[in-house]
Design a protein around this ligand. Structure first.
Ligand SMILES: C[S@@+](CC[C@H](N)C(=O)[O-])C[C@H]1O[C@@H](n2cnc3c(N)ncnc32)[C@H](O)[C@@H]1O
Length: 203
């Protein structure tokens, strides 16, 4: 779950609030503890709103697989990149790649990769329909990983924009750097949503 503080009156005020038109519960979800819980209800709405294709999704920060399984409902392939060793903000710091791979084995469209995002982004040049960034919640890492994600996907979502000011600052700076449109959904610790309107519909 992680070391989050919930600051209910601290929602981002200078970014367009994301207001889903509908909430949809995906067919497949994991019954595990995750701070991501609740966000699964707006993924179909985001895909529809921005006309995203359903080919490919990349996730940085899988942990036990809650969000990866949510994405597996909507994309033909989901690549999940994680050290599977936790970080300074996660409660679990024990290595768990095999355990998580076994838990997710039945979701055939998910491929898990044990890697630091820093190594991954040096060698991947593909484009994705959706990218999700939910790694260590520091400015430097969120900015570096998020900028790559924004440059390689039609839409990039970032968890914890409400609970970690450094994530919020990184997301705002990536929006400024790329010129992409930024929305924020303020619930479930906050989801920043960056949309590359130019790349939607192209591959
Ligand atoms: C908040 S958890 C992800 C939660 C997950 N998205 C969920 O649905 O519950 C953060 C994860 O990021 C991973 N992580 C942190 N820094 C990383 C890095 N530099 N490269 C790859 N993964 C990293 C950690 O190992 C941890 O599993």
């Amino acid at each position: 779950m992680g070391l989050r503080t919930f600051i209910s009156d601290h929602f981002i005020k200078d970014i367009v609030p994301y207001k889903p038109l509908k909430l949809t519960k995906p067919e497949k979800t994991l019954e595990i503890v995750s701070a991501w819980k609740g966000l699964e209800m707006i993924i179909a709405d985001i895909i529809e709103r921005f006309g995203l294709k359903n080919e490919s999704c990349i996730e940085f920060g899988v942990e036990f697989g809650y969000s990866a399984v949510v994405f597996s409902n909507y994309f033909k392939s989901v690549t999940g990149v994680d050290t599977f060793e936790g970080d300074i903000h996660t409660e679990n710091k024990a290595e768990h790649y095999l355990e998580t791979s076994n838990r997710l084995a039945e979701y055939k469209n998910i491929v898990l990769v044990k890697s630091d995002y820093k190594d991954w982004i040096k060698r991947d040049n593909k484009r994705y329909d959706l990218a999700h960034v939910d790694i260590v919640h520091n400015y430097k890492e969120t900015f570096e990983c998020g900028l790559w994600a924004a440059q390689h996907s039609s839409c990039t979502i970032f968890h914890d924009t409400e609970s970690f000011p450094e994530v919020r600052r990184a997301v705002k700076d990536i929006a400024a750097e790329t010129g992409q449109k930024l929305y924020n959904y303020p619930y479930h610790y906050g989801l920043g949503i960056l949309v590359d309107k130019k790349s939607i519909g192209k591959k």
